[in-house]
Design a protein around this ligand. Structure first.
Ligand code: SF4
Ligand code: SF4
Length: 219
């Protein structure tokens, strides 16, 4: 996916590394769930997000697709996104009391907010979206503590690999005009990466990658 937004217009102009301090701490988002509305087109789920949510709720990918997540196009690639409820545009995981029902395994993009991630030169760094969180006076916190993901290094390696795969696939799909071929490629992507249920996600992800690249026609 291409980050074409001008970052200097929406950030404090700085980039952050995982051990840096950043003014992002919302102190538990007490009495607020403002950023859990109307974000269906923004919160794209990775295979790891889907794996974690599936296990946490004991629901298969297909069951999640019934009313929790929805499929949307990104260029010509179909990817799962959070589903917003019709009318209220409230995230389908947000409880009536305003709590995230999957907080322990919330998607990568939700973990970051109000931080964002920009990919560059085979790596990524973080930025702070100014005026994105409605709470005033956010306080300093280490990026690592804010994200709070387990096995950060392993997760980062996965995110970079997944990003690279989507970038290469997106380029390849530009040249495909046949609808059936596009449909087959997207179906393969889903079946291969979004239905991983083995105990070790990362091990399975890397074991299927070489064959998947061949079948998807990317290097
Ligand atoms: S808008 Fe800010 S304080 Fe409110 S839920 Fe989102 S991150 Fe938390
Ligand atoms: S998954 Fe949780 S944190 Fe993310 S938008 Fe939905 S309710 Fe909010």
């Amino acid at each position: 996916m291409d980050n074409t937004v001008n970052l200097y217009e929406i950030t404090d102009g700085k980039f952050y590394r995982i051990d840096d301090l950043v003014d992002a701490d919302t102190d538990g988002c007490v009495n607020c769930s403002a950023c859990c509305y109307g974000v269906g087109d923004l919160v794209v789920l990775t295979p790891y997000d889907v794996y974690e949510i599936s296990r946490y709720l004991d629901l298969s990918f297909d069951e999640l697709c019934l009313d929790k997540i929805e499929l949307r196009y990104h260029d010509k690639i179909i990817l799962p996104h959070l589903k917003m409820l019709p009318g209220s545009e409230k995230c389908s995981f947000l409880s009536d009391e305003g709590w995230c029902g999957i907080h322990a395994c919330r998607p990568s993009i939700c973990r970051l907010f109000p931080l964002g991630r920009v990919y560059e030169d085979g790596d990524f760094k973080f930025f702070l979206q100014t005026n994105a969180c409605i709470k005033p006076n956010l306080t300093p916190i280490r990026v690592a503590d804010w994200i709070g993901i387990k096995n950060y290094d392993e997760n980062k390696k996965f995110l970079l690999t997944w990003h690279q795969l989507l970038k290469a696939l997106s380029f390849r799909l530009k040249f495909i005009r046949d609808d059936q071929e596009l449909k087959n490629i997207n179906a393969y992507l889903f079946d291969t990466f979004f239905r991983i249920s083995d105990t070790d996600f990362y091990e399975t992800f890397y074991s299927i990658m070489p064959e998947a690249k061949k079948i998807l026609g990317i290097i």
